[in-house]
Design a protein around this ligand. Structure first.
Ligand SMILES: [Zn+2]
Length: 195
């Protein structure tokens, strides 16, 4: 029934899987990718790339939206109660990439995440906002190899890993400021790219 409803609402696309996927993950057209960024073969290929998604994902996203940041919803003793109340337990360098037209996860979320990461280790992380892209078209858009992949390669080839942090920084939620705190963390295990 949901699939039928999605096809009724998302009339701009006649691919039923594409219509349902875009309907499921946001409001309006082109939530997961901008159709104009895909060639016909890729648009047909996505039809075979989607399966079931647990509803617990959406419950967690709803809690994150209400909290204004990522929250844990399962009992995971290895994770802190509040993910942003202390610095990350790693010095992995993060490279964040967001499409400027992403309506699944709004670009402002990555800007805020980058500000938080940069407050912990100024200059360590990178953030790229790519004009004209949405969400997954960053990876399989027609021009992704030209516009996006070089940024990923550059992130992975940045050279020496950063040393252990001796004076960490703790972000104070709601203040936009970082407060220093004595701490020593291991060197980064790897560079990380996220969208
Ligand atoms: Zn489509």
């Amino acid at each position: 029934m949901l699939a039928g409803w999605a096809r009724l609402v998302r009339r701009e696309c006649r691919n039923p899987v594409c219509a349902l996927a875009n309907y499921t993950y946001g409001v309006g057209p082109d939530v997961l990718w901008r159709h104009e960024n895909l060639d016909d073969e890729t648009h047909g290929w996505v039809e075979r790339q989607f399966g079931w998604v647990p509803l617990s994902f959406f419950r967690q996203m709803a809690q994150c939206v209400r909290a204004g940041h990522l929250v844990c919803v399962d009992d995971a003793p290895e994770l802190p109660d509040d993910l942003i109340a202390q610095p990350p337990r790693t010095r992995a360098r993060w490279t964040l990439m967001a499409g400027s037209r992403n309506t699944c996860f709004l670009p402002i979320g990555q800007r805020r995440t980058f500000a938080w990461l940069d407050a912990q280790d100024p200059g360590l992380h990178r953030h790229h906002e790519l004009p004209g892209y949405s969400h997954l078209d960053l990876f399989f858009g027609r021009e992704a190899a030209r516009d996006v992949f070089p940024l990923i390669l550059a992130a992975l080839e940045r050279g020496e890993r950063p040393p252990a942090r001796r004076r960490g920084r703790r972000f104070e939620p709601g203040t936009g400021r970082a407060a220093t705190a004595e701490e020593e963390l291991p060197a980064a295990p790897a560079d990380t790219v996220a969208t």
